[in-house]
Design a protein around this ligand. Structure first.
Ligand code: ZN
Length: 421
Protein backbone atom coordinates (compact mmCIF):
# COMPACT_ATOMS: atom_id res chain seq x y z
CA UNK A 1 0.00 0.00 0.00
CA UNK A 2 2.72 2.41 0.97
CA UNK A 3 4.52 1.76 -2.32
CA UNK A 4 1.33 2.47 -4.23
CA UNK A 5 0.98 5.73 -2.36
CA UNK A 6 4.50 6.59 -3.19
CA UNK A 7 3.91 5.99 -6.89
CA UNK A 8 0.96 8.33 -6.63
CA UNK A 9 3.19 10.86 -4.96
CA UNK A 10 5.62 10.69 -7.86
CA UNK A 11 2.83 11.11 -10.36
CA UNK A 12 1.69 14.24 -8.60
CA UNK A 13 4.92 15.96 -7.70
CA UNK A 14 3.42 19.32 -6.83
CA UNK A 15 0.83 17.87 -4.51
CA UNK A 16 2.21 14.50 -3.54
CA UNK A 17 0.44 12.41 -0.95
CA UNK A 18 1.95 11.32 2.34
CA UNK A 19 -0.89 9.96 4.42
CA UNK A 20 1.52 8.19 6.73
CA UNK A 21 2.26 11.54 8.32
CA UNK A 22 -0.30 11.32 11.05
CA UNK A 23 0.36 14.72 12.46
CA UNK A 24 -1.54 15.60 9.37
CA UNK A 25 0.96 18.11 8.31
CA UNK A 26 2.70 16.79 5.23
CA UNK A 27 -0.22 15.22 3.45
CA UNK A 28 0.75 17.37 0.51
CA UNK A 29 4.46 17.00 0.38
CA UNK A 30 6.76 18.74 -2.01
CA UNK A 31 8.88 16.47 -4.17
CA UNK A 32 12.25 16.01 -2.54
CA UNK A 33 15.74 15.06 -3.59
CA UNK A 34 18.46 13.95 -1.18
CA UNK A 35 21.06 15.43 -3.53
CA UNK A 36 19.88 18.92 -2.54
CA UNK A 37 21.56 18.28 0.83
CA UNK A 38 24.99 17.79 -0.78
CA UNK A 39 26.03 21.37 -0.01
CA UNK A 40 26.03 20.44 3.69
CA UNK A 41 28.85 17.90 3.33
CA UNK A 42 31.60 18.45 5.89
CA UNK A 43 29.82 21.36 7.56
CA UNK A 44 28.97 20.05 11.04
CA UNK A 45 30.65 17.80 13.56
CA UNK A 46 29.18 14.54 14.76
CA UNK A 47 28.68 16.15 18.17
CA UNK A 48 26.49 18.91 16.68
CA UNK A 49 24.64 16.35 14.58
CA UNK A 50 23.78 14.25 17.63
CA UNK A 51 22.84 17.28 19.73
CA UNK A 52 20.37 18.50 17.10
CA UNK A 53 19.04 14.98 16.60
CA UNK A 54 18.01 14.85 20.27
CA UNK A 55 15.60 17.75 19.66
CA UNK A 56 14.31 16.43 16.35
CA UNK A 57 13.86 12.82 17.45
CA UNK A 58 13.95 12.76 21.26
CA UNK A 59 12.67 9.17 21.52
CA UNK A 60 15.58 7.92 19.39
CA UNK A 61 13.45 6.69 16.47
CA UNK A 62 15.62 8.42 13.86
CA UNK A 63 18.73 6.67 15.22
CA UNK A 64 17.15 3.45 13.94
CA UNK A 65 17.33 4.86 10.38
CA UNK A 66 21.01 5.87 10.69
CA UNK A 67 24.26 3.97 10.26
CA UNK A 68 27.41 5.71 11.50
CA UNK A 69 30.76 5.24 9.74
CA UNK A 70 34.21 6.49 10.76
CA UNK A 71 33.44 10.14 10.19
CA UNK A 72 30.11 9.95 8.41
CA UNK A 73 26.52 8.88 8.81
CA UNK A 74 24.13 7.26 6.34
CA UNK A 75 20.35 7.60 6.30
CA UNK A 76 18.71 4.24 5.63
CA UNK A 77 15.64 3.39 3.60
CA UNK A 78 12.35 2.32 5.16
CA UNK A 79 13.46 -1.31 5.41
CA UNK A 80 16.55 -0.04 7.29
CA UNK A 81 18.85 -2.06 5.06
CA UNK A 82 20.15 0.26 2.30
CA UNK A 83 21.53 3.79 2.61
CA UNK A 84 19.68 6.48 0.67
CA UNK A 85 22.14 9.29 1.44
CA UNK A 86 25.36 9.80 3.39
CA UNK A 87 26.79 12.80 5.20
CA UNK A 88 30.44 13.46 6.03
CA UNK A 89 31.04 15.22 9.31
CA UNK A 90 33.31 18.23 9.75
CA UNK A 91 36.74 17.21 10.93
CA UNK A 92 37.19 20.14 13.32
CA UNK A 93 34.87 22.02 15.63
CA UNK A 94 34.92 25.11 13.39
CA UNK A 95 31.40 25.32 12.09
CA UNK A 96 29.56 27.70 9.86
CA UNK A 97 26.75 29.53 11.64
CA UNK A 98 24.07 29.95 9.02
CA UNK A 99 21.79 32.39 10.84
CA UNK A 100 22.59 35.34 13.10
CA UNK A 101 22.12 34.62 16.76
CA UNK A 102 23.73 37.33 18.79
CA UNK A 103 23.62 41.09 18.73
CA UNK A 104 27.15 41.12 17.31
CA UNK A 105 25.85 39.36 14.20
CA UNK A 106 23.55 42.22 13.20
CA UNK A 107 24.43 45.76 12.32
CA UNK A 108 22.37 47.57 14.94
CA UNK A 109 23.05 50.78 16.80
CA UNK A 110 21.62 52.49 19.88
CA UNK A 111 19.10 54.32 17.64
CA UNK A 112 18.29 51.34 15.43
CA UNK A 113 18.95 48.23 17.50
CA UNK A 114 17.49 45.83 14.89
CA UNK A 115 19.08 47.32 11.79
CA UNK A 116 20.33 44.66 9.42
CA UNK A 117 17.76 42.10 10.54
CA UNK A 118 15.08 40.77 8.19
CA UNK A 119 12.05 39.38 9.98
CA UNK A 120 9.27 37.55 8.13
CA UNK A 121 5.83 37.78 9.72
CA UNK A 122 3.42 34.92 9.11
CA UNK A 123 -0.05 35.83 10.40
CA UNK A 124 -1.76 32.47 10.95
CA UNK A 125 -4.67 31.27 8.79
CA UNK A 126 -6.31 32.68 5.68
CA UNK A 127 -9.38 34.38 7.12
CA UNK A 128 -11.95 36.34 5.14
CA UNK A 129 -14.34 34.12 3.21
CA UNK A 130 -12.25 31.10 4.25
CA UNK A 131 -12.42 31.55 8.05
CA UNK A 132 -15.40 29.26 8.51
CA UNK A 133 -13.96 26.52 6.35
CA UNK A 134 -10.64 26.54 8.24
CA UNK A 135 -12.58 26.45 11.53
CA UNK A 136 -11.02 29.63 12.85
CA UNK A 137 -14.25 31.55 13.36
CA UNK A 138 -16.86 31.70 16.09
CA UNK A 139 -19.61 34.00 17.21
CA UNK A 140 -21.51 34.19 20.47
CA UNK A 141 -24.99 35.74 20.35
CA UNK A 142 -24.93 39.18 18.77
CA UNK A 143 -21.30 39.84 19.72
CA UNK A 144 -18.68 40.63 17.10
CA UNK A 145 -17.53 37.42 15.43
CA UNK A 146 -14.07 36.22 16.41
CA UNK A 147 -11.87 35.49 13.38
CA UNK A 148 -8.45 34.28 14.37
CA UNK A 149 -6.86 35.39 11.07
CA UNK A 150 -7.88 39.00 11.79
CA UNK A 151 -6.47 38.89 15.33
CA UNK A 152 -3.19 37.49 14.00
CA UNK A 153 -3.04 40.14 11.26
CA UNK A 154 -3.71 43.02 13.66
CA UNK A 155 -1.03 41.76 16.05
CA UNK A 156 1.46 41.43 13.17
CA UNK A 157 0.70 44.95 11.89
CA UNK A 158 1.39 46.39 15.38
CA UNK A 159 4.55 44.32 15.61
CA UNK A 160 5.68 45.52 12.19
CA UNK A 161 5.52 49.11 13.45
CA UNK A 162 7.70 48.29 16.47
CA UNK A 163 10.24 46.33 14.44
CA UNK A 164 10.47 48.91 11.66
CA UNK A 165 11.01 51.72 14.21
CA UNK A 166 14.01 49.75 15.44
CA UNK A 167 15.43 49.49 11.93
CA UNK A 168 14.44 45.91 11.10
CA UNK A 169 13.26 45.03 7.62
CA UNK A 170 9.84 43.38 7.83
CA UNK A 171 8.60 41.02 5.13
CA UNK A 172 5.37 38.99 5.08
CA UNK A 173 4.12 35.61 3.94
CA UNK A 174 0.77 37.32 3.28
CA UNK A 175 -0.88 40.63 4.08
CA UNK A 176 -4.52 40.06 3.18
CA UNK A 177 -7.29 37.50 3.66
CA UNK A 178 -6.79 35.59 0.42
CA UNK A 179 -5.01 32.24 0.12
CA UNK A 180 -1.39 32.36 -0.98
CA UNK A 181 -1.83 29.04 -2.79
CA UNK A 182 -3.51 29.18 -6.21
CA UNK A 183 -5.08 25.77 -5.45
CA UNK A 184 -8.64 25.46 -4.15
CA UNK A 185 -10.38 22.56 -2.36
CA UNK A 186 -12.01 21.42 -5.60
CA UNK A 187 -8.52 21.13 -7.15
CA UNK A 188 -7.42 18.84 -4.36
CA UNK A 189 -10.19 16.26 -4.13
CA UNK A 190 -8.28 14.03 -6.53
CA UNK A 191 -5.42 13.62 -4.04
CA UNK A 192 -7.76 12.90 -1.22
CA UNK A 193 -9.93 10.57 -3.28
CA UNK A 194 -6.92 8.71 -4.68
CA UNK A 195 -5.58 7.95 -1.23
CA UNK A 196 -8.99 6.65 -0.25
CA UNK A 197 -9.11 4.52 -3.36
CA UNK A 198 -5.62 3.08 -2.84
CA UNK A 199 -6.41 2.37 0.78
CA UNK A 200 -9.68 0.58 0.12
CA UNK A 201 -9.39 -0.86 -3.37
CA UNK A 202 -12.40 0.90 -4.83
CA UNK A 203 -13.99 4.24 -4.17
CA UNK A 204 -16.66 3.48 -1.61
CA UNK A 205 -19.26 5.79 -2.98
CA UNK A 206 -18.48 7.28 -6.38
CA UNK A 207 -21.26 9.82 -6.28
CA UNK A 208 -20.16 11.15 -2.93
CA UNK A 209 -16.56 11.05 -4.04
CA UNK A 210 -17.25 13.39 -6.93
CA UNK A 211 -19.76 15.63 -5.26
CA UNK A 212 -18.15 16.59 -2.00
CA UNK A 213 -14.86 18.04 -0.88
CA UNK A 214 -16.01 17.77 2.69
CA UNK A 215 -16.06 14.00 3.09
CA UNK A 216 -13.36 12.90 5.45
CA UNK A 217 -10.70 10.68 3.98
CA UNK A 218 -10.80 7.37 5.81
CA UNK A 219 -7.04 6.88 5.82
CA UNK A 220 -5.86 10.34 6.78
CA UNK A 221 -8.83 11.86 8.58
CA UNK A 222 -8.35 14.80 6.23
CA UNK A 223 -10.80 16.45 3.90
CA UNK A 224 -9.89 18.08 0.60
CA UNK A 225 -10.57 21.35 2.38
CA UNK A 226 -7.98 20.56 4.99
CA UNK A 227 -5.51 19.67 2.24
CA UNK A 228 -6.18 23.14 0.91
CA UNK A 229 -5.97 25.38 3.96
CA UNK A 230 -3.31 23.49 5.82
CA UNK A 231 -0.99 21.65 3.45
CA UNK A 232 -1.30 23.55 0.16
CA UNK A 233 -1.54 26.97 1.77
CA UNK A 234 1.43 26.49 4.10
CA UNK A 235 3.49 25.08 1.28
CA UNK A 236 2.77 28.13 -0.84
CA UNK A 237 3.81 30.34 2.06
CA UNK A 238 6.96 28.25 2.41
CA UNK A 239 7.85 29.04 -1.20
CA UNK A 240 7.44 32.70 -0.40
CA UNK A 241 9.74 32.44 2.65
CA UNK A 242 12.29 30.63 0.50
CA UNK A 243 12.44 33.62 -1.83
CA UNK A 244 12.57 36.19 0.98
CA UNK A 245 15.57 34.76 2.89
CA UNK A 246 14.54 36.12 6.31
CA UNK A 247 16.79 35.79 9.36
CA UNK A 248 13.74 34.55 11.25
CA UNK A 249 10.08 33.79 10.53
CA UNK A 250 7.52 34.43 13.24
CA UNK A 251 4.18 32.57 12.97
CA UNK A 252 1.63 34.46 15.05
CA UNK A 253 -1.51 32.75 16.36
CA UNK A 254 -4.18 32.91 19.04
CA UNK A 255 -5.20 29.63 20.60
CA UNK A 256 -8.56 28.14 21.62
CA UNK A 257 -9.75 25.31 23.83
CA UNK A 258 -11.99 22.69 22.19
CA UNK A 259 -15.69 23.48 22.62
CA UNK A 260 -17.40 21.56 25.39
CA UNK A 261 -20.19 20.78 22.95
CA UNK A 262 -19.21 20.60 19.28
CA UNK A 263 -20.61 23.50 17.27
CA UNK A 264 -21.91 25.29 20.40
CA UNK A 265 -19.41 28.03 21.30
CA UNK A 266 -19.35 28.87 24.98
CA UNK A 267 -16.76 30.64 27.08
CA UNK A 268 -14.59 28.97 29.68
CA UNK A 269 -11.79 29.75 32.06
CA UNK A 270 -8.72 28.44 30.34
CA UNK A 271 -5.70 30.29 29.08
CA UNK A 272 -2.25 28.94 28.25
CA UNK A 273 0.73 30.04 26.21
CA UNK A 274 3.37 28.31 24.11
CA UNK A 275 6.18 29.00 21.60
CA UNK A 276 7.02 26.09 19.30
CA UNK A 277 10.32 25.19 17.72
CA UNK A 278 10.79 22.41 15.18
CA UNK A 279 11.33 18.88 16.45
CA UNK A 280 9.75 15.86 18.16
CA UNK A 281 9.06 13.82 15.04
CA UNK A 282 6.98 10.87 16.16
CA UNK A 283 7.70 7.23 15.44
CA UNK A 284 4.80 7.12 12.97
CA UNK A 285 5.93 10.24 11.15
CA UNK A 286 9.45 8.91 10.70
CA UNK A 287 8.08 5.79 8.97
CA UNK A 288 7.85 7.98 5.86
CA UNK A 289 11.02 8.79 3.93
CA UNK A 290 9.76 12.29 3.23
CA UNK A 291 9.68 13.01 6.98
CA UNK A 292 13.22 11.66 7.37
CA UNK A 293 14.33 13.95 4.56
CA UNK A 294 12.64 16.96 6.23
CA UNK A 295 14.29 16.11 9.55
CA UNK A 296 17.72 15.96 7.94
CA UNK A 297 17.17 19.16 5.96
CA UNK A 298 16.17 21.05 9.12
CA UNK A 299 19.06 19.54 11.06
CA UNK A 300 21.57 20.57 8.42
CA UNK A 301 20.33 24.04 7.55
CA UNK A 302 21.67 25.24 10.89
CA UNK A 303 18.58 27.11 12.07
CA UNK A 304 17.97 25.18 15.28
CA UNK A 305 20.16 27.12 17.71
CA UNK A 306 18.79 30.50 16.59
CA UNK A 307 15.26 29.14 16.67
CA UNK A 308 15.59 27.82 20.23
CA UNK A 309 17.32 30.96 21.55
CA UNK A 310 14.62 33.20 20.09
CA UNK A 311 11.74 31.00 21.24
CA UNK A 312 13.22 30.93 24.74
CA UNK A 313 13.49 34.73 24.82
CA UNK A 314 9.86 35.02 23.69
CA UNK A 315 8.88 32.38 26.26
CA UNK A 316 10.54 34.41 29.01
CA UNK A 317 8.73 37.54 27.88
CA UNK A 318 5.39 35.69 27.80
CA UNK A 319 5.95 34.66 31.40
CA UNK A 320 7.15 38.09 32.58
CA UNK A 321 4.43 40.11 30.85
CA UNK A 322 1.39 37.84 30.97
CA UNK A 323 2.32 35.08 33.36
CA UNK A 324 -0.49 32.76 32.28
CA UNK A 325 0.47 29.11 32.54
CA UNK A 326 2.50 27.33 29.89
CA UNK A 327 0.95 24.54 27.86
CA UNK A 328 1.72 21.09 29.14
CA UNK A 329 1.75 18.55 26.33
CA UNK A 330 2.08 14.90 26.89
CA UNK A 331 3.50 12.52 24.36
CA UNK A 332 3.57 14.45 21.11
CA UNK A 333 5.73 17.48 21.95
CA UNK A 334 8.74 18.01 24.18
CA UNK A 335 9.90 20.86 26.36
CA UNK A 336 13.07 22.52 25.09
CA UNK A 337 15.90 24.40 26.77
CA UNK A 338 14.36 23.98 30.25
CA UNK A 339 11.89 26.74 29.37
CA UNK A 340 8.32 25.77 30.32
CA UNK A 341 6.88 27.87 27.46
CA UNK A 342 9.03 26.37 24.70
CA UNK A 343 8.05 23.06 23.10
CA UNK A 344 9.32 21.25 20.05
CA UNK A 345 6.88 19.82 17.54
CA UNK A 346 6.88 18.85 13.88
CA UNK A 347 4.34 21.40 12.61
CA UNK A 348 3.54 22.04 8.95
CA UNK A 349 4.88 25.59 9.10
CA UNK A 350 8.09 25.04 11.02
CA UNK A 351 8.91 22.02 8.86
CA UNK A 352 8.10 23.71 5.55
CA UNK A 353 9.52 27.22 6.06
CA UNK A 354 13.28 27.40 5.53
CA UNK A 355 15.37 29.04 8.25
CA UNK A 356 14.57 29.63 11.92
CA UNK A 357 10.82 29.62 12.64
CA UNK A 358 9.19 30.46 15.97
CA UNK A 359 5.51 29.57 16.10
CA UNK A 360 3.72 31.38 18.92
CA UNK A 361 0.28 30.43 20.19
CA UNK A 362 -1.06 33.44 22.10
CA UNK A 363 -4.01 33.63 24.51
CA UNK A 364 -7.13 31.46 24.25
CA UNK A 365 -9.83 33.26 22.27
CA UNK A 366 -12.59 31.43 24.15
CA UNK A 367 -11.26 32.24 27.61
CA UNK A 368 -13.86 34.39 29.37
CA UNK A 369 -11.55 37.33 30.08
CA UNK A 370 -9.57 37.16 26.84
CA UNK A 371 -12.80 37.05 24.87
CA UNK A 372 -13.91 40.35 26.43
CA UNK A 373 -10.55 41.91 25.69
CA UNK A 374 -10.83 40.75 22.07
CA UNK A 375 -14.32 42.23 21.87
CA UNK A 376 -12.89 45.55 23.13
CA UNK A 377 -10.64 45.60 20.04
CA UNK A 378 -7.44 47.60 19.69
CA UNK A 379 -7.15 51.00 21.42
CA UNK A 380 -4.55 53.39 22.78
CA UNK A 381 -3.87 53.68 26.51
CA UNK A 382 -6.12 51.84 28.97
CA UNK A 383 -9.80 50.94 29.04
CA UNK A 384 -11.96 49.17 31.55
CA UNK A 385 -12.65 45.66 30.32
CA UNK A 386 -14.45 43.10 32.49
CA UNK A 387 -14.07 45.44 35.47
CA UNK A 388 -10.31 45.83 35.11
CA UNK A 389 -8.36 48.66 33.49
CA UNK A 390 -6.10 47.19 30.86
CA UNK A 391 -4.26 47.97 27.66
CA UNK A 392 -5.10 46.57 24.24
CA UNK A 393 -4.41 42.83 24.23
CA UNK A 394 -3.08 43.13 20.68
CA UNK A 395 -0.50 45.75 21.69
CA UNK A 396 0.62 43.68 24.63
CA UNK A 397 1.11 40.66 22.37
CA UNK A 398 3.05 42.66 19.77
CA UNK A 399 5.24 44.20 22.51
CA UNK A 400 6.04 40.78 23.99
CA UNK A 401 7.18 39.47 20.60
CA UNK A 402 9.16 42.65 19.95
CA UNK A 403 10.87 42.46 23.35
CA UNK A 404 11.81 38.82 22.77
CA UNK A 405 13.41 39.68 19.43
CA UNK A 406 15.28 42.62 20.98
CA UNK A 407 16.65 40.28 23.67
CA UNK A 408 18.25 38.09 21.02
CA UNK A 409 18.99 40.35 18.08
CA UNK A 410 19.00 43.88 19.46
CA UNK A 411 22.13 46.00 19.61
CA UNK A 412 23.37 46.39 23.17
CA UNK A 413 26.25 48.29 24.72
CA UNK A 414 29.26 46.00 24.75
CA UNK A 415 29.04 45.44 28.50
CA UNK A 416 25.54 43.96 28.14
CA UNK A 417 26.12 41.86 25.05
CA UNK A 418 26.21 38.14 25.75
CA UNK A 419 29.59 36.50 25.25
CA UNK A 420 29.74 35.09 21.74
CA UNK A 421 30.10 31.39 21.44
ZN1 ZN B 1 -4.09 29.57 14.78
Amino acid sequence: MRRALWILALLLPAVAAHPQDHAGPSVLAESYDWRTLESYQGQITRETFERRLRVLSPDGTMEGFLAYGGNSVSVLDTSRSAPVWSLSFAATAREKISYPRWPTDVLGSAEQPLKGLRICLDPGHIGGDWANLEERYFRIGKDKPVLEAELNMLTCRLLEGLLAADGAEVVWTKKDYEPVTPLRPQDLWIQWASIDWLAHGTPRDLRQLFSSTRKTNFETGWTAEKFFYRAAEIQARGERVRGLHPDLTLCVHYNAAPWRRAGRPSLMRVNKLVAFVHGSYTKEELEGEYSRFCLMRKLLEGSMETEIETASAIGNRLRQSWGWPAEDYDGFANRVNGNPYVWSRNLVANRTFPGPVVFVEGPYMNDRTIYQRLQAGDYEGEQEVAGVRCRSLFREYAEILHAGLLDIYGWKPEAEAPASR
